[in-house]
Structure formats: C-alpha cells, structure tokens
Design a binder for this molecule. Structure first.
Ligand code: ATP
Ligand code: MG
Length: 680
C-alpha cells in the first residue's frame, strides 16, 4: 500500500533476487569470485529491514575485515538511509565477540577495564612462561603460540589439551597453554582468539545468556564463510539455534586461511547441521573481463573440486594478461611503478584504481621505494605504521602509565620490557591481588598487603619499579617534562635493550631513531603551546599522541587517491580495475613452506583470489634474480604461470632477452613516459 517498493532489487539477477528474498529457512549462497555474493548480503539486509519489517537492531552481518565491514555498512545505509540502519550490527567476527564479552563481562569472568592483548604482548607472556617452566630459550615460542591459537580455534580447553596430549611436545604446548590462560585471566585480559572462544563457551555454559542474544540477533548473515574456523562456526550455530534466520555466502575456491584454523569443510557441514538448508548458486561474474575470468578458472581447475561451479562473464574479452620477466627485484618494482604512472595517464584513471599484490609483507619495501621515487601516492595495508612499531608501543606504554597509573594494559606491556626479572608468577599474584582489592596493578605494587603474597625479592623488584616510575612522573609534572621522559629512557637503558633485541646494530639504531622522533614530537608540541602562551602538560602531550595513534589507524582506512599495496590474503573480497601481482616465483608464490608442507592447493586458491580481484587488466611479474640475505639468487618462475591459458597471455622476456635489450626497453618506457608527461 506504499506506492513504490521500499527496496529496489531490480539490479539483481533472478538467482540473486531469489537469495535476497528467501527468508523461510537457512540459506547458503555458494558461488565463485565476483558473482555478487557480498552484493546479495547488502541487498538482503535492506530487504529484511524494508520489506520484512525486521528492526535493524535485530540484524547482524559478519564479514572478514574491518574494511569490508565498513564498506558493507555504507552500502546498506545508501539503500535504507541512515535512520533505517540504526543499531544494525555489521562487524568482523572478532568485533562481534568483543561486543558479547563487553555485555556479559562478569558472567564471562572478567571485570571492568579488561584489555585485549596483541600478538606481541601474548608472545611476551608465552616467552616468560616457557622460560620459567621449561627453561626454553625462545626457539619454540612461535610454534607454541600458533599451537595454542589452533587449540583455541578448535575450542579445546587447556585441561582437555593436557589430557589428550600424546607426545612430549604436545604436552609442553598444553601445559604452556594452561599457565598462559591462567595468566591472561589474572591480568583481566583476553587475546585475539579468546574474542571468539570466550563468547562461544559462555553461550554453551549459560543458556539464559544465549537466549538473550538469540532474542537480540534474529537474523544473521555471514560473508566469506569458507574461512570460518571451528569456534566461529560454533558461535554461528549457537546464535542461530533452531531458527531460520541465517544466510551465509562463500566460495570454497577462496578458502585461504586453513593455516589459521579455517575449516572450509564448514560449508559441507552446514547441510548436515541445518537439514532444511537451501543452496543457491550464482554463475555470472560481474567483475572481470572474459580473459581474466578464464585465466582464474583455468588455474583453479588444477585443484580437486567438491562443489561443481561455473562462472562466466559478459564484460567482453578485454586485454590479454601480461607476464613480465624482469632482470631482478629492483627492476621489477621499477617496471610496476613506471607502468602505473603511464597507465594512469593513458586510461585517465586514478591511483586508487591500481593494486599491487604480493605474497608476504616483506615484499612491500622495494615497491614502496620505487613508488616514492616516482612520487606515486600509495597506501600500505596491513604494514607497520609508526605507532604500530614495537619500540613506539613500548615507550608509549611507559608514557601511558605515566599519565594514567591505572592503565593495566600499559603496565603489562612495560613491566618486563626491558627485563626486570619479574617473573610471570609474581605478575600473576600481583594481578590477583589487584583484582581482589579492586585497584590497578601499578597501585598494588606499593600496597602493604602485598607482602603476604610475594617473596621478598620479587616484592622488592616490583616496589623499586613502582617508586621509580612515581619519581619520573613527579619530575614530568613539576620539572621539564621532556627531560623527565629522556631520563626515563636512559634509566631503563632502552638503547641497550634495543641493541640486544634487534637483528642487527643497524636495526637497533633505526628503532632508537624512532624513539627519539617520538620524544621530539612531545617536545615540539610543548614548545608550540608555549609559543601561543598556552600550557601543555605531559598529560596533554601524551593524550594528543594517543589520539594521533588512533587517527593514524583511522586514516589508514580512509579512501584517498592512492595505489593500494597489500598481501594477497588481505585483498580478499576487494576489487580493482588494474591489478599487479609481483614475485611470481617458485618458493615465493607458491610459498616455500607450502611446497615443503605439500599444501599447494591452498596457494592455488590464493592465486585464484589474486587473479579475480582484477576488473580490467592483470599483470603478473617476476624477477630473474632476487636478493636474499644480501645475495642475488637465481629464481624459477612460478608453476602457476604455466597453468594460465597460453593463448590469452603476453609473456615478455620468457625467452631470454639480453641485458642490453632489457635496458633498451626500460629506456623506451621511460622516454614514452617523458613524452606523455610533457603532453600532460
Ligand atoms: P568475492 O568472491 O570476490 O567476494 P562477490 O561474489 O562477493 O566476490 P561482489 O563483490 O558482491 O562479488 O560483486 C562483484 C562486482 O559485481 C561488484 O562490483 C558488484 O557491484 C557487481 N555486481 C554484483 N551483482 C551485480 C548485478 N546483478 N548486476 C551488475 N553488477 C553486479
Ligand atoms: Mg565478496
């Protein structure tokens, strides 16, 4: 009776429409890349709100990255308006978990002000535990950390892990897991995997809590379903219960997180767990040209297939796929940089239309240098930002504690960095004592009651730390704040610590420079305020830095006109008109570990993900020689290049060209570039 339909589904094809409108039972949309799975989710949310009359507050959509979540929310808002989307949950699994923990804090066994520890913080705890309990010198830390993460993703509790351990190594892992988990609890902290495990276990053990959440989330939609792990799947199952409000979309060919516990078989499990499951398959790709799609299909055909899927495109054939063999890694980066400059002018497009993808984060450095040299703006996703650097996080930890002694997360970050011989048991007891008294860990260090809890030596070390920081804080507020900060850095001999804990003296020096850059920023802030006749305390300055840190994170996500640099993993779900994939060499792509572990199929899926990001052009590059550990090593081109349809590719440099020719070609590109720039 409203005249025109509230929600316009006319842009969807019949199958997509069917999926968007189906609300009578659980639904799985199983389809290849670029077929509009994510589009179905956003339209469906609009349909649920606009046509089915479900309050947005009762709808939750889960995606894989923060970026994807933000984009999805924006798309929904453009469909139903800001008001219509009010209260709608669109988040990553981890954010959803965090939200649940926040609401159920006490039932989950935490108290206010709990912290989320990052990978490095957790590694530090594991290192200490293993050192204490097993005299381990640090070789096994990564292995143990991964193993603990896998146990959590599989929802295996420490006790159970100990019970079923069948080798000494498994037992070591399980025991470390047990102590580690106790310490996290004592710190009132969770790690990344807990964000999923804790709510799942909570729902299992507390039906009344689960019922409350089931009442809240009446419709759940999950994107990139092939990459959910056991605990995420369990969370989904619990939330949905016996009801019908579930839509999941996925593509088994894009499962690329098995190494992080993802279980692509969750796709087939769905049918078992939800007997009324309806399956919709989409076959038209709206993203890529015919040749790009054909290449993707050909590559992935080399993998065995559980689900039959077809994918076609009517976007025209498009340009052939380019493969560039370059002399070495530097020439490779140079070629990409110059091509981007050239193509941007030729196609009249923006920098943002280009993406350079690679297998590992370390590969970004050389392309970054070249893009800088050509003054091409770029955005690095997932790389290290200034505030993400360990040395900056350390010093910021001290500064945060200095302006706010109740910041327990900061306390934990700095208490043993540099080492103060304050062991995990001491910290655990301190944490418990602080929790019991309802005060911060910092405040607890100087309390009298602690004497009953701790050995005199441990107590002494803690107190010394407490008093020392109090002294620094006093100086920072009453004297020259910058001098106090410098004194703090010299007192803890941070430079010596970096020298001992960096790979090379050079690296230590670079890291120390970052620290001085930070101190310098504080000093400039204060000086600037004084110039203006304002007062700027150490607290003001540090608060501003914390804000800047948050803004940097925000900016990282903003859409500016920049070339996008990211790993193949991070590119999932995204699309770009022009895509470069660099380092197409054996041992790099496929990765050496996958060759050794015989997990080539997962690498091939990663290749499939990479190829299918491209809308108009795809360029694959590799270097004949690549520098490794300071030496230029000969390489072999990736096997995946040989899997591409030979008629659809232009392979430059496959038959050996002389260095002379290469050089000449480089010069030609450069001179044509100059001409174009002159025209511009
Ligand atoms: P991936 O597997 O890579 O996550 P996907 O299946 O989620 O891909 P989308 O990102 O939803 O695919 O869609 C790919 C592109 O196709 C987008 O640019 C989207 O706007 C467009 N698209 C989707 N459906 C249609 C349609 N029916 N008509 C026109 N364009 C469409
Ligand atoms: Mg998608």
């Amino acid at each position: 009776q409203r005249g025109k339909p509230v929600v316009d589904l006319s842009q969807l094809n019949p199958r997509q429409k069917e999926a968007a409108k189906y609300v009578d039972g659980p639904l799985l949309v199983l389809a290849g890349a670029g077929s509009g799975k994510t589009s179905v989710i956003t339209r469906k949310i609009a349909y649920l709100i606009g046509v089915c009359g479900i309050k947005s507050y009762h709808i939750a959509a889960v995606t894989f990255t923060n970026k994807a979540a933000r984009e999805m929310k924006e798309r929904v808002m453009s469909l139903v308006g800001k008001g219509g989307a009010k209260g709608l949950t669109v988040s990553t699994f981890h954010n959803l978990g965090l939200n649940i923990i926040r609401h159920e804090l006490t039932t989950a066994g935490y108290k206010n002000g709990f912290s989320i520890l990052d990978q490095d913080d957790c590694k530090g705890i594991i290192r200490d535990v293993m050192h204490r309990e097993h005299g381990d010198d640090g070789d096994m830390i990564e292995l143990v950390q991964n193993a603990i993460s896998n146990l959590k993703n599989d929802l295996i509790a420490p006790d159970h892990a100990i019970k079923v351990a069948s080798t000494p190594q498994e037992l070591l892992i399980a025991q470390t897991y047990s102590v580690y988990q106790r310490m996290l609890k004592a710190y009132n902290a969770v790690d990344f995997d807990d964000l999923i495990m804790v709510p799942t276990v909570l729902f299992r053990d507390h039906p009344e809590v689960l019922t409350r959440w089931q009442k809240k989330i009446r419709y759940l939609l999950v994107d990139e379903y092939q990459d959910t792990n056991t605990s995420q799947y369990e969370l989904v199952k619990l939330l949905v219960g016996h009801r019908t409000g579930l839509t999941v979309v996925g593509d088994d060919d894009q499962s690329i997180y098995a190494w992080r516990g993802a279980r692509p078989e969750n796709l087939s499990l769905l049918k078992k767990d939800f007997p009324t499951l309806k399956i919709v398959k989409l076959e038209q790709n709206y993203r890529s040209t015919g040749l790009i799609l054909n290449a993707a299909n050909r590559v992935i055909d080399n993998n065995p297939h559980e689900f039959e899927k077809k994918l076609w495109s009517d976007m025209g054939y498009g340009d052939p796929i380019k493969i560039l063999k370059c002399r070495n890694d530097e020439v490779e980066a140079e070629r990409i940089a110059t091509e981007i400059v050239e193509r941007r002018l030729r196609y009249g497009c923006g920098y943002r239309d280009f993406a350079v993808l690679y297998r590992g984060n370390h590969q970004s450095r050389v392309i970054e240098m070249k893009l800088q040299a050509y003054q091409v703006p770029y955005k690095l996703s997932g790389g290290q930002s200034f505030f993400g650097r360990n040395e900056i996080k350390d010093i910021m930890g001290y500064l945060r504690l200095l302006i706010n002694p109740t910041d327990d997360a900061a306390f934990l970050r700095v208490i043993n960095t540099p080492r103060r011989e304050i062991g995990p048991t001491t910290i655990e007891k301190l944490g418990e004592y602080a929790a019991m008294r309802g005060i911060s860990m910092m405040a607890a260090t100087t309390e009298m009651g602690l004497e009953q809890q701790l050995m005199p030596k441990a107590l002494d070390r803690l107190r010394r730390f407490g008093h020392w920081l109090e002294g620094i804080t006093r100086n920072a507020y009453t004297d020259d704040p910058v001098a106090a900060v410098k004194e703090m850095i010299s007192d803890i001999d941070y430079e010596g610590y970096l020298l001992q804990n960096s790979g090379t003296p050079n690296q230590a020096e670079r890291r120390m420079k970052n620290v001085w850059f930070l101190v310098d920023s504080i000093s400039k802030m204060i000086a600037k305020a004084e110039e203006l006749g304002d007062e700027c305390t150490i607290e003001d300055a540090v608060s501003k830095l914390i804000l800047r840190d948050m803004m940097e994170q925000q900016e990282k996500e903003d859409e500016a006109d920049q070339v996008q640099l990211m790993t193949l993993h991070a590119s999932k779900g995204l699309e770009f008109p022009h895509v470069y994939i660099m380092g197409m060499e054996e041992e790099l792509m496929p990765h050496r570990n996958s060759i050794e572990a015989d997990t080539i199929e997962e690498e091939r899926r990663l290749m499939y993900v990479g190829i299918t990001r491209a809308k108009r052009t795809l360029t694959l590059t590799y270097a004949g020689k690549r520098r490794q550990f300071g030496e230029a090593m000969d390489t072999t081109h990736s096997r995946f290049l040989d899997e591409l349809p030979p008629d659809d590719i232009v392979w430059e440099g496959k038959t050996e060209t002389s260095a002379e020719e290469q050089k000449q070609r480089g010069q030609e590109t450069l001179s044509s570039l100059r001409n174009m720039l002159a025209d511009f």
